[in-house]
Write a protein that binds this ligand. Structure first.
Ligand SMILES: [Zn+2]
Length: 255
């Protein structure tokens, strides 16, 4: 109590259903999205239509809050058709690598969200939840999480060679595509996640240890903030501003 209320940084807002449909019909870069998930052989996608925004097509009201797994698509264009129909608030992919007898490995990933930073103005996640702002964040938190993603990238780059960073719409994801990282055991992942957490990184341990195997799909639309999820080069991180960078603005938001 007594802390300022806030919602989202200036310029970020929910997308309408019409905007979501227009994005997946005209803008969604299928080729790059499929290139990203290529190491997974037969990628499984997932969509959430309206769990947080409560914005969903009427005909899907029964499934608006569930996570819909998309594993029976016939190819890239079929995925596009499905997304245009569902008009989801979020699209994910499954990091597991599936063999004949089930998962044989998992892509190593780190999820850094602004609400997990301790903001000098808004406080900790607990403080934010107490004022009903568990998913809200401010520009200060956005900058703190960007700096943390840069530090984590540099640290991982000392042990791995295929490290990539993605602006996830709200925060940042760091992905490791080294073959050895796919084969890490669950306890290795858990140890790594807890160690980084203890050292002050605002990472979601559930994602890194593998309990949450879904992660946001690069090139998809994050419809809670109306930003496109985009991979960044390491040297672009310092100056990246998701409020104004045209690369993450859908066409319908550009002047
Ligand atoms: Zn804040």
């Amino acid at each position: 109590l007594g802390r300022p209320r806030y919602l989202l940084p200036a310029g970020m807002r929910y997308s309408t259903l019409k905007e979501r449909a227009s994005f997946y019909r005209r803008e969604f870069d299928l080729q790059r999205a499929f290139a990203w998930v290529a190491p997974l052989a037969r990628p499984v996608f997932a969509a959430v239509i309206g769990r947080h925004t409560k914005i969903f097509p009427r005909k899907f009201r029964g499934e608006a809050s569930t996570t819909l797994l998309i594993d029976d698509y016939k190819g890239p264009e079929d995925l596009r058709r499905l997304l245009v129909e569902l008009r989801p608030e979020s699209v994910y992919y499954d990091r597991n690598v599936y063999g004949r007898r089930g998962p044989e490995g998992q892509e190593l990933a780190f999820d850094l969200d602004p609400e997990n930073t301790v903001c000098p103005i808004h406080g900790s996640l607990g403080d934010k939840m107490r004022v009903g702002q568990g998913l809200g964040f401010c520009e200060l938190e956005l900058n703190m999480v960007r700096a943390a993603a840069a530090r984590l990238y540099d640290e991982l780059a000392r042990s791995f060679s295929e490290v990539r960073v993605v602006y996830s719409g709200r925060g940042y994801h760091v992905h490791v595509f080294d073959e050895g990282a796919f084969r890490l055991s669950r306890s290795d992942r858990r140890r790594l996640a807890r160690e980084l957490k203890e050292r002050g990184y605002p990472i979601d341990v559930w994602v890194t240890e593998g309990s949450m195997r879904l992660i946001r799909l690069p090139y998809s639309l994050h419809a809670m903030v109306t930003r496109i999820v985009i991979p960044l080069k390491r040297d672009e991180l310092e100056s990246f501003d998701p409020i104004s960078d045209a690369r993450c603005l859908p066409l319908f938001l550009r002047p």
